[in-house]
Design a protein around this ligand. Sequence first.
Ligand code: ATP
Length: 258
Amino acid sequence: MNVEITDLTRRLGRTQAVAGVTLAAGPGVVGLLGPNGAGKTSLLRMLATVLPPSSGRIRLLGLDPGDHRERRRIRRRLGYLPQHLGYYPGFTVVEFVEYFALLKEMPAAAVPRAVAAAVERVGLGGQARAKLRTLSGGMLRRVGIAQAIVNEPDLILLDEPTAGLDPEQRVSFRALLRDLGGTGTVIVSTHLVEDVGAACTDVALLRQGKLVFRGTPGELTARGEGTDAAGDAPLERGYSAVLASAVQAGTDPAQARP
Ligand SMILES: Nc1ncnc2c1ncn2[C@@H]1O[C@H](COP(=O)(O)OP(=O)(O)OP(=O)(O)O)[C@@H](O)[C@H]1O
């Protein structure tokens, strides 16, 4: 298993952003779903080794991110697209991706070819020398994906990668996801349930910091069958049905309080 987390929690201010999540993932693409504020970003940040947990256990690629030396080894094999990726507007696409390749301690001799391949893979070969300030929001998102995959990571964490991508780009991005999941573990947070149906081998659904569903997209779809759950597509109805039954089961921390 590339990801093994046990009873993971994280408090942020007065909010229990992640409230006891246990999850394991091997090669494949896990779609991380959940309503606004469910804890997806907080969970991804802990997996990306940028946010320490309040409690619980994490092992990534068989290593302990709490140990300084092991964390460094994890980071070399990790790709992370944060929800909001800062950038230097004067950098070109290639300069930006190169910068991340060097931060990930890739051997300098391997960098130019790896950068060119990553930029090509996200469909930005024609903009390689363009300055970031001249790119559209969707193109910037693709530059973000390129920096995440430049080191051919074994663990890839993508926080809403399809936000801002046009339909054509979303289709080619899903193909890239399937490709990446063939060798490594990809965890991708999204609000687009159709991304999950098209590209994910597994689904994890969070609600109020808790894991309320873990299974395949087919199993999530099945949860909506025969119900009057809201949704325009079978997978969306499964998503709504799981959330509705989570409320009834009292997984709502606000409701669980005496
Ligand atoms: N720095 C912070 N300080 C206090 N509370 C925070 C902080 N960051 C996040 N939270 C809270 O933690 C909870 C989980 O937030 P998180 O961003 O992980 O959810 P999310 O599922 O990614 O949401 P979205 O779909 O809106 O991006 C939310 O209630 C949020 O308000």
